[in-house]
Design a protein around this ligand. Structure first.
Ligand SMILES: [Zn+2]
Ligand SMILES: [Zn+2]
Length: 220
């Protein structure tokens, strides 16, 4: 199991990084990225601390822990600047909190995140075909999510990404222990999104490749 979008109590998750990663190990995870919610106020506070925890835990336990960030409800025009800042501070995965159906995310967020070349546009709601095509060109992965509410548009995201040739990844957006999933449940969520067995294999491969890229960036 590879999961590149999770939260700890550095934002609105309930666990410290050590417990989240410990529980992920027990769930059979190979890779986890910790991507707490950030804006201009806390980005420099979160990333170095999470990076320290990920280094420690990855050294001691049989899991790859990747420090990341989720740029959340930020003004769309600040995406480029904060994406750069996140990478400079040591975030190896930059997630953008996309335009879900269930929150007042600023319109234009999906497009701004794709233009800023974040790694993952999370739960992008009713993303347009044109935006998905731009994501394909910019190498931005679109997210299928197992999270309640955010998953309402999984079918639309899967279909639109397929038409546009954009890459998909699946993440849990975990905030609590019960949000972590097994490899089996991941497959069920992807089948539920309408993906074929072949496309499911592609989604898993995309997650592996993105995780590999992130680990390589950390090594630099
Ligand atoms: Zn959250
Ligand atoms: Zn999230």
């Amino acid at each position: 199991m590879i999961d590149l979008h999770t939260h700890t109590l550095f934002s609105d998750g309930v666990l410290v990084p050590s417990e989240l990663v410990r529980r992920a190990v027990m769930k059979g995870y190979e890779v986890i990225a910790i991507t707490d919610h950030a804006d201009a106020s806390n980005i420099d506070f979160i990333i170095p601390r999470v990076a320290l925890a990920c280094r420690e835990l990855g050294r001691r336990w049989k899991i790859t822990a990747i420090p990341g960030i989720e740029l959340t409800h930020i003004p769309p025009e600040t995406f480029a600047e904060l994406t750069d800042k996140a990478r400079t501070l040591g975030a190896a995965i930059v997630v953008a909190h996309g335009e879900t159906l269930v929150e007042p995310v600023h319109p234009g967020t999906n497009r701004a995140a794709i233009e800023a070349r974040v790694d993952i546009l999370a739960h992008p709601g009713l993303i347009t075909r044109e935006e998905a095509e731009l994501a394909a060109r910019n190498g931005v992965c679109l997210e299928i999510t197992s999270r309640k509410g955010h998953s309402l548009s999984n079918g639309h995201v899967a279909r639109t990404a397929g038409e546009a040739g954009a890459k998909l990844v699946l993440d849990t957006d975990s905030h609590e222990p019960g949000d972590l999933i097994t490899d089996e449940f991941r497959k069920s969520v992807l089948l539920g999104a309408g993906l074929s067995t072949e496309r499911i294999a592609g989604v898993i491969k995309n997650s592996m490749e993105l995780a590999g890229k992130a680990v390589a960036a950390l090594g630099k």
